[in-house]
Design a protein around this ligand. Structure first.
Ligand code: TGC
Ligand code: FAD
Length: 391
């Protein structure tokens, strides 16, 4: 892969909206991605391997639980810092950002929000340092967009719960030490359980043959009469709103992360357009290529403004789930469109692993699908403005 010459676009001087702490956190993540992710990510994606060697570095830049209080090992940062870290990591690769999103918003967040003090003390510091990795099991083979229909269930057996069922498409599953598992009790109410690797009857087969998110490990979670200790149930919230609350946090991170992927594609295409000469002129001097580039920077700028405003609302505790859905949907579509256009600017070179664009484009096919599909987020906006669910 070519050396990483990334220069972040900031067309509307958005840096002026950031605090010194935001910029420090972002620049540290940016520098780390350039140093530790860019040199290895193409090979990891080609081999379809999650590069476990970067787990320690992710922890050091505060990517695991950025907004979890320091007393539990988190970085105690605000929501905009969280967003900026996700942006920088996804500038490197959406699969690496997935690992950080899952660990932060889908594993640490539910333990912090819904768990007991003992669970927080036991798991959060180890998750923050990367000593322990987690995954989040909501989706099932027959229940993807409609997780409320899940059939995974647990029964009260007196001194333990007995868990049965299966989850699929689970990021980090093949190597996770713990899984946050959403399952129904005998009354059909959804609860979150912390299932640990090594519990008898619990297995995590890897999902192979992916053309997308190849540097992220995806797998299934299979529960065959797994005895889960009663103290592993998170008691402080139940119902579908509990997992969906975690998704709000992760979707917010994705709204920022997608900007990173788009910035990388735009920056690569802009540089290439100035260097590549056809018909005796750089292709960047041709109107058709300028139209693509000008539209890209316009869309990136709009997405940056939306993410920043959403971050302010999240910091104030005022962002609604529907506002988060709108940003996730808009920004991921923006990124995938930019990846497709940027790929064309590079001509044949655009399909090679010499450049990051094709990898981003393929990754974004997962990002536009997971954490609620593009269609589902549109329906969430539709429901919010009309009051009528059309799912
Ligand atoms: P509905 O009846 O609308 O709601 C059920 C209860 O949930 C509450 N609620 C929310 N709470 C918090 N945050 C949200 N975003 C919420 N949305 C709804 C709601 O108020 C209600 O509460 P209560 O107390 O009245 O019971 O539920 P529904 O069954 O009609 O479904 C609504 C729908 C379609 C929006 C929801 O099911 C949905 O979002 N589906 C998409 C599924 C999804 O996003 N799956 C993601 C799986 S995890 C993943 O993809 C990780 S990828 C990780 C990575 O690698 O980065
Ligand atoms: P379906 O729900 O079957 O949807 C198929 C199509 O139908 C989509 O186009 C959808 O938009 C459309 N559709 C569905 N319902 C409606 C409707 N009511 N009206 C109109 N159209 C509709 N899940 C986890 O729990 N944890 C993870 O860590 C995780 N990681 C993932 C990693 C990857 C790489 C991928 C690809 C997925 C991951 N997922 C994870 C699962 C992901 O959240 C689901 O794939 C997603 O929610 C969609 O579910 P589905 O694939 O079953 O599609």
């Amino acid at each position: 892969m070519k050396p990483d010459l990334f220069q972040a676009p900031d067309y509307y001087n958005l840096d002026e909206l950031l605090t010194d702490e935001h910029k420090m956190v972002r620049d540290a993540a940016r520098e780390w991605v350039k140093r530790e992710v860019s040199p290895i990510i193409e090979e990891a994606a080609q081999k379809a391997e999650f590069p476990k060697s970067i787990i320690g570095g992710l922890a050091e830049i505060g990517a695991f639980g950025p907004y979890i209080p320091e007393e539990y090992g988190g970085a105690g940062l605000d929501q905009i810092s969280y967003g900026l870290i996700m942006q920088e990591i996804e500038r490197g690769d959406s699969g690496v950002r997935s690992t950080a999103s899952v660990q932060s918003s889908l594993v640490m967040y539910p333990i912090f929000k819904y768990g007991t003090e003992e669970q927080k003390q036991k798991y959060l510091p180890k998750l923050a340092s990367g000593e322990m990795m987690g995954c989040f099991g909501l989706t099932e083979p027959d229940y993807g967009s409609n997780p409320g229909g899940m059939v995974t269930n647990f029964k009260d057996k007196g001194d333990h719960y007995l868990l049965n069922g299966a989850k699929m498409w689970i990021s980090n599953a093949p190597f996770a030490d713990i899984a946050i598992v959403w399952a129904k009790n005998e009354e059909g109410r959804i609860h979150g359980l912390i299932v640990e690797r090594g519990m008898e009857g619990f297995s995590t087969p890897e999902t192979h043959n992916k053309w997308s998110l190849r540097a992220s490990a995806t797998g299934e979670l299979i529960f065959d009469n797994v005895k889960v200790p009663k103290e592993n149930l998170m008691p402080n919230k139940s119902g579908l709103g509990a997992p969906l609350g975690c998704l709000d946090s992760a979707r917010f991170g994705i709204a920022w992360g997608a900007i990173g992927a788009a910035m990388d594609c735009y920056d690569t295409a802009l540089r290439y357009s100035k260097e590549r000469v056809q018909f005796d002129k750089p292709i960047g001097g041709k109107q058709l290529q300028q139209k693509k580039l000008a539209e890209m920077i316009t869309e990136i700028t709009k997405a940056q403004l939306m993410a920043w405003r959403l971050g302010v609302l999240r910091n104030e505790g005022k962002a609604t789930s529907a506002q988060i859905s709108m940003a996730k949907r808009n920004n991921v579509e923006m990124a995938i469109n930019i990846a497709r256009e940027a790929r064309q600017i590079l001509g044949g070179m655009g399909i090679t692993g010499e450049y990051s664009i094709m990898r981003h484009m393929m990754n974004l096919e997962s990002v536009i699908t997971y954490e609620g599909t593009h269609d589902i987020h549109l329906l969430i906006t539709g429901m919010d403005i009309t009051g009528m669910p059309a799912f």
